[in-house]
Ligand binder design. Structure first.
Ligand code: PLP
Length: 407
């Protein structure tokens, strides 16, 4: 039994109610960014029109009120992922900044020449390049967990990569390009047996399933607000207190200090040590509003409905001759990457767009993964709980039209 009233939910998202090229918009690019419910848009607008003031600095009314709301937003994030303490939640501009912060700061403290860092073939560039740069700086070695042809990580191979020199493992919970759900609990368990901390990139997981960082026992967990129906420009680091306390700051400046003299600076306590400058307090509060909104719907309900969409779309798309799905893992979220025989993904994407359907085309910021499959890129349809089976039917028809045009 479906516990979500999709037609009612769709009315919460004003952007969905429009025509593109005189066709109702079908938005299937949710992996890139999700749309925002009116309640999030209104919250941000209300702050700017009635409550705006810089936080953590003033003793005046507006500043104190908004500081409280910012800190409440941090607590909402903490509860959302079940982090033990609110000072273990650092608010950043997004997953990219979160991973760069950890790679730099963790690297400064713990990584030396000859050390090793493990990532996987499934990573987004945001979880590759910062580690690569760190390895260059420190003369460390980057090792990569391979995958099978379905797009699943090979955990036996992962075990073999671990050595006494491994300093950190950084993998995503869900692949943005293929939709594979990784068994991160197992990955963490294996790393911890060897006393190695693990960073989980949750940019594509928090919006689809319940995440409990204590249950996972990950050492770091990062995600972006804009992929979680929240505003742009806000992201999260959860880090275990032990590491965050030992790690040096990444960015420096205002707010992150305890005392500054021209001779020496001492740093503020957590979480402020990692939040230099004026934070995006408007987006932080918007993110908390988005979290409240999806928790009201229920992530279990969202997961169940999105599974229905995935199964429906997979069956339909698989039935199209010459269409090959890239990424057929046993455990997936609702994203389907595919290629069409003898038709370039950009050409196909442009025709599909003309039918009012937004799908992603390209390498999805995962070029090494595309290389692994020996392809340049794919088309990707990534669904959200406001999408419908009727919209999937439209995509199916659009692909048939593409085939006719280029066939
Ligand atoms: N990691 C994954 C798995 C992603 O899908 C993305 C964005 O698509 C990122 C990291 C980077 O997120 P952002 O661009 O919000 O910083």
């Amino acid at each position: 039994m479906l516990n979500l009233d999709i037609q009612k939910i769709r009315k919460d998202f004003p952007i969905l109610n429009q025509q593109i090229y005189n066709k109702p918009l079908v938005y299937f690019d949710n992996g890139a960014t999700t749309q925002k419910p009116q309640i999030v848009i209104d919250e941000e607008s209300k702050i700017y029109s009635q409550e705006n003031s810089n936080i953590h600095r003033g003793v005046h009314y507006l500043s104190e009120q908004l500081t409280q709301r910012y800190e409440d937003a941090r607590k909402t994030v903490q509860k959302f992922i079940n982090a033990p303490h609110d000072h273990e939640i650092i608010l950043t501009s997004g997953t990219t900044e979160s991973i760069n912060t950890i790679a730099y700061s963790f690297g400064e403290k713990y990584v030396n020449e000859g050390d090793e860092i493990i990532i996987s073939t499934l990573e987004h560039h945001a979880n590759i390049v910062p580690w690569q740069m760190l390895c260059e700086r420190k003369k460390a070695v980057l090792k990569v967990i391979p995958i099978n042809d379905k797009g699943e990580l090979l955990l036996d191979e992962y075990q073999k990569l671990i050595s006494p020199k491994t300093k950190i493992v950084a993998v995503n919970q869900v692949s943005n390009a293929l939709g594979t759900v990784n068994d991160v609990k197992k990955i963490i368990e294996i790393a911890h047996k060897n006393d190695i901390p693990v960073l989980i990139d949750g940019a594509q997981s928090v919006q689809h399933n319940v995440v409990d960082v204590q249950d996972l026992d990950c050492d770091f967990f990062v995600f972006s607000g804009h992929k979680l129906y929240g505003p742009n420009g806000i992201g999260v680091i959860y880090g275990k207190e032990k590491f965050l306390n030992e790690m040096p700051p990444y960015m420096t400046g205002g707010e992150m200090i305890k005392k500054v003299t021209f001779e020496k600076t001492t740093f503020n306590e957590l979480p402020f040590k990692f939040e230099a400058g004026t934070p995006n307090y408007v987006a932080a509060i918007g993110l908390a509003t988005a979290i409240d909104y999806i928790q009201e719907l229920g992530l279990e309900n969202i997961a169940a409905y999105e599974k229905e969409l995935l199964d429906y779309a997979t069956e339909k798309l698989e039935s199209i001759e010459g269409l090959r799905i890239i990424g057929t893992a046993a455990n997936k979220v609702c994203a389907i990457s595919f290629i069409l025989e003898n038709i370039h993904h950009f050409d196909a994407g442009m025709v599909i767009d003309k039918m009012g359907i937004a799908v992603r085309t390209g390498h999805h910021c995962a070029e090494p993964l595309m290389d692994r499959f020996n392809i340049e890129g794919t088309l990707r349809a990534s669904f959200a709980f406001y999408n419908t089976k009727e919209e999937i039917d439209k995509l199916y028809d659009a692909i048939l039209t593409v085939k006719q045009m280029f066939g």
